[in-house]
Design a protein around this ligand. Sequence first.
Ligand SMILES: *[C@@H]1O[C@H](CO)[C@@H](O)[C@H](O)[C@H]1NC(C)=O
Ligand SMILES: *[C@@H]1O[C@H](CO)[C@@H](O)[C@H](O)[C@H]1NC(C)=O
Ligand SMILES: *[C@@H]1O[C@H](CO)[C@@H](O)[C@H](O)[C@H]1NC(C)=O
Ligand SMILES: *[C@@H]1O[C@H](CO)[C@@H](O)[C@H](O)[C@H]1NC(C)=O
Ligand SMILES: *[C@@H]1O[C@H](CO)[C@@H](O)[C@H](O)[C@H]1NC(C)=O
Ligand SMILES: *[C@@H]1O[C@H](CO)[C@@H](O)[C@H](O)[C@H]1NC(C)=O
Ligand SMILES: *[C@@H]1O[C@H](CO)[C@@H](O)[C@H](O)[C@H]1NC(C)=O
Ligand SMILES: *[C@@H]1O[C@H](CO)[C@@H](O)[C@H](O)[C@H]1NC(C)=O
Length: 836
Amino acid sequence: MDAVTCFMYLFIFYLLHLQLFAVADNASYVPSDIIFLNCGSNTSEFVEYDGRNWCGDIASSYVLSNTDTNTKSFVVRAPGTLQSVPEVPYMTARIFQSEFTYTFNVTPGPKFIRLHFYPASYLDFNISGAFLSVSASNFTLLRNFSASLNADYINVPYFMKEFIVHVCGSLLELTFAPSYNARDAYAFVNGIEVVSMPLDLYIHSDVAPLPFVGHDTNPVYIYKDSAMECLHRLNVGGEKITPKYDTGMFRTWDTDEVYILGANVYLEPSNMSMPVLYADNAPPYSVPADVYRTSRSMAPIAGGLVNLNYNMTWFFPVDSGFLYLVRLHFCEIYHDITEYNQVVFTVFLNNQTAEQEFDPIALSGGPGVAMHRDYAVMVPQVKEGKQDLWLDLHPDKDSRPRYYTAFLNGVEIFKLSNVDKNLAGLNPSQSFKSRSDVKPTHKNLQKLKFILIGCGLGAVVLLILLCLVLSSLKVIRPTKVLSWCGLAVYTPNQIEKSRKSSFCRHFSLREMKLATNDFDESLLVDTGGFGSVYKGRVDSGATYVAIKRANPMSEQGVSEFETEILLLSQLRHNNLVSLLGYCNEDGEMILVYDFMANGTLYDRLHLRQGDQPPLSWIQRLEICIGVARGLHYLHTGTKHKIIHRDIKTTNILLDHNWVPKISDFGLSKECYPSLANTNVKGSIGYLDPECCQSHKLTEKTDLYSLGVVLLEVLCARPAVSQGEDGEHVNLAEWVMLCFENGRVEQIVDSNLEGKIEKECFELYLGVAMKCLADRGVERPSIGEVLENLVQAMHFQKNECTVLNGNVHRNDNAGLYGHSDLTPGVEFSEIIMPVGR
Ligand SMILES: *[C@@H]1O[C@H](CO)[C@@H](O)[C@H](O)[C@H]1NC(C)=O
Ligand SMILES: *[C@@H]1O[C@H](CO)[C@@H](O)[C@H](O)[C@H]1NC(C)=O
Ligand SMILES: *[C@@H]1O[C@H](CO)[C@@H](O)[C@H](O)[C@H]1NC(C)=O
Ligand SMILES: *[C@@H]1O[C@H](CO)[C@@H](O)[C@H](O)[C@H]1NC(C)=O
Ligand SMILES: *[C@@H]1O[C@H](CO)[C@@H](O)[C@H](O)[C@H]1NC(C)=O
Ligand SMILES: *[C@@H]1O[C@H](CO)[C@@H](O)[C@H](O)[C@H]1NC(C)=O
Ligand SMILES: *[C@@H]1O[C@H](CO)[C@@H](O)[C@H](O)[C@H]1NC(C)=O
Ligand SMILES: *[C@@H]1O[C@H](CO)[C@@H](O)[C@H](O)[C@H]1NC(C)=O
């Protein structure tokens, strides 16, 4: 084949490929039948509620077809009005004391039938006596159904049940009846929806069978003439999608919060402007794009090593004795996962493997392409009538994926009618409690999210929580939990795996001894609670490194070691110290970093050797900007916000080019005090007073510490020093005091006298003081600090043109309450004029 033909083939292939996926966010399905009936209402006009136009059923043709004079049905109004219950369709009802049929003229094909119930005591009817049966096209949808028991069970005032029934002819007959024969027996309904749907939206398996979970060899055929009930339809990790925002079929997509096992509440940040690509067999109207834009995944700490120790689990209460269709939706829309074998996991349903080596990217055809998988699961009969359907996702270790994680974007669970054409289950009983009820309260959930997202330290926290949850579930006895937890955080085995997933290098103990001359004391550069830091050389002496050796006696050391690996192995930024590798042999725990030729900022400011010149103001500004950049990355640039908790000049290292590197992530760990019952951590002089009082940790805690660092750089005084009378002097307090007494000139490092431009000084000092605000909310964000420091540098260099107006404008009244460049009267009056 010549080159031209080859090119043509390629071109045709390209065109075909282009056609394969459609990007269509606005594509909706237009149903041929749309009926919204507000039962018991007299209005003939349409009333809008939730994107639907409801009309009263009294004057409608659907009712008039009941010509049988024995039919006893009448309309009622709900007693009182609850603010939380919408007027339409819930405030009116039709009550049936005998069989009653609504007749709908529709096109043939599958229909959604939605029944709305608001169990209240209508007239003299006691609601706990209402048991109804509903049938459609010879299918029993409900039997002996108590709306009040069901509402109590899910703890809501009103609810909706959704069925899918295939209509063969042109009539859909929906029959309501009281469930038993007694004089006071009655049934009721508040609203009815009939909406047609695409022919093969859920069932296109007349030809294609579904995998039958737990029965490898027997796939299941689901025929078009079966009826279904949708029990759960969830937008995993996202907001509830109301009928109005569905793709034309008025479905509701709930949040998954109440179904997930409490510990796994890690949310992927979602990008709502991301395009979602749809394949041919699942057109855009099948699922709203927003379902695919949000997901929940396992915390990706250290490539997800810890995730190997647990499952991401949801529990869905379902009726026993039915076959279920479980549809899972996936769409990988994150930039860092784009190739095959990056995320591979196993799907379990009810403890049985539904799918192994599941690689969504490979199966969907690429990143951003939506896909779903259907499974059939039998839920066997049990006494109570209801039980949980378990969904577990677990990273597939054997496939050696790039990340040990799993994710899910959406779930739909349908109950399939049985051979008796029945869909009715039993009423919920008190004896069954869904496992998903053993979940943190909503408030805790929020907290949990805060912890995970706020601290970015999923691993440790998650495990503690997981242990708590598991122990409260009595899955594992508490003592065992603890050891399991301890192991889970880090075992040598896992570090091995971490090495394989290529995060950082493994050094042998022999190499470490060689590098440090067997831990020669003369190479010691620092010692601390964690252990000792040596200067060493690796790679046959070619590379200088800093070698941090944990003190084997120190428990603090062990946990900080773990945190540091977990965090640093994922972070890369020019202003963060980079971890080259680690060694853990013979009980030794050693971390290896780039060597920083110019030591710590603390040493440079306060412990200058005789011949070292003091840092110039420009150098200091550059260092501060670098530190702010590093912190900005931690707070905003990483997938999960990271709070450093121990920003101080001894943790700011300077490389041979004076580029500052933030180090020591050991403390970032127990960042949520209420969890581990920790004390407030951090270093004296840099501690956020608000955090001390409230034990509430936010990123603003780091900003307080940064404010102290800024002052330290300006004044060349330690954060805490010895005063004349031997008392500790806190730098932040002392600077405040100088302000109040109008003695600002006292605070500036004498080496800088006359070298700082006035505007630069004002801006710099203003930023520092704002960072030291008592309340976190009053402190600027790190982005604002960074912007202002950069601007201060421009002022210093007399490059004022760069001002873009944003620098000082701030929606939250920002750094200054004033919109011009002068930092307010209070400041300008007391600021020392610094000439050149
Ligand atoms: C969105 O709707 C508009 C108007 O109905 C249509 O012109 C456009 O092609 C649609 N876009 C997609 C991606 O379907
Ligand atoms: C419906 O409303 C009309 C007037 O608006 C009233 O005459 C009629 O009695 C009402 N019917 C019922 C069943 O409430
Ligand atoms: C309704 O019936 C239940 C039991 O059938 C009874 O406990 C309750 O008191 C009754 N309520 C009213 C308002 O009569
Ligand atoms: C219901 O069943 C009866 C008797 O088996 C049958 O005649 C009728 O056509 C069925 N109706 C529908 C809608 O399938
Ligand atoms: C969100 O997606 C859009 C479209 O792909 C992209 O341009 C934008 O950069 C993304 N935003 C983020 C924060 O990832
Ligand atoms: C799944 O396994 C757990 C414990 O291993 C057990 O408690 C649970 O009942 C099982 N679920 C099902 C549906 O078999
Ligand atoms: C995950 O769930 C499956 C199925 O229930 C179970 O076999 C497996 O042991 C679980 N794994 C973990 C780590 O809990
Ligand atoms: C109907 O449901 C109620 C409540 O669950 C139960 O007590 C009763 O036995 C059921 N009746 C029948 C006939 O199944």
